[in-house]
Design a protein around this ligand. Structure first.
Ligand code: ADP
Length: 168
């Protein structure tokens, strides 16, 4: 597996799958989630609604992942995963690692060779970037997956520099 870092917007990535830092409602939100639904168009939300009406009537649990179409985005699929909200008093790093592992498991089911990830939980959910980068890179490196191209798409130069330092 090759791990690469890109500074940019995840909605512009050409990859078999891009990962959405969703919330458990699957009904959209801010940050990455908002950008994906805005640029991907209504087809994605339509499939999310169907998931809520069937397999995930109570929402997608934290640490799990599920795929939909990518609508108008230049990817084939969106893999939605729900990161944990950061907590100072409770160690939720296992759930954050699970987001990466489960997303790669879903990617394997789709036979996706390339997957682009955002820095899950580091926005609205408040996870410190350096710790999130460590967890993300460890989880991806340790994953048992056929995905060959894993890309981390970092939105700003601080996030990029933090991942770069951790990758080395
Ligand atoms: P969470 O709710 O899991 O914290 P957010 O979407 O709020 O998810 O943020 C996750 C990370 O993604 C943050 O570091 C944020 O700066 C970054 N981000 C926001 N929009 C985009 C985008 N369009 N492409 C890539 N990264 C983004």
């Amino acid at each position: 597996m090759e791990i690469t870092l890109v500074r940019g917007d995840i909605t512009e990535q050409r990859a078999d799958a891009i990962v959405n830092a969703a919330n458990s409602s699957l009904m959209g939100g801010g940050g990455v989630d908002g950008a994906i639904h805005r640029r991907g168009g209504p087809e994605i939300l339509e499939e999310c609604r169907k998931l809520r009406a069937s397999r995930y009537s109570k929402g997608l649990p934290t640490g799990q992942a599920v795929a939909t179409t990518a609508g108008r985005l230049p990817a084939r699929w969106v893999i939605h995963t729900v990161g944990p909200v950061y907590s100072r008093s409770e160690d939720r790093s296992g759930l954050l690692a699970s987001c990466y592992r489960e997303s790669l498991r879903v990617a394997d089911e789709l036979e996706a060779g390339s997957v682009a990830f955002p820095a899950i939980s580091t926005g609205i959910y408040g996870w410190p970037m350096d710790d999130a980068a460590r967890i993300a890179l460890d989880a991806v490196r340790q994953a048992d997956t056929s995905v060959e191209d894993v890309r981390f798409v970092l939105f700003d130069s601080t996030a990029y520099a933090t991942f770069e330092a951790r990758l080395q």
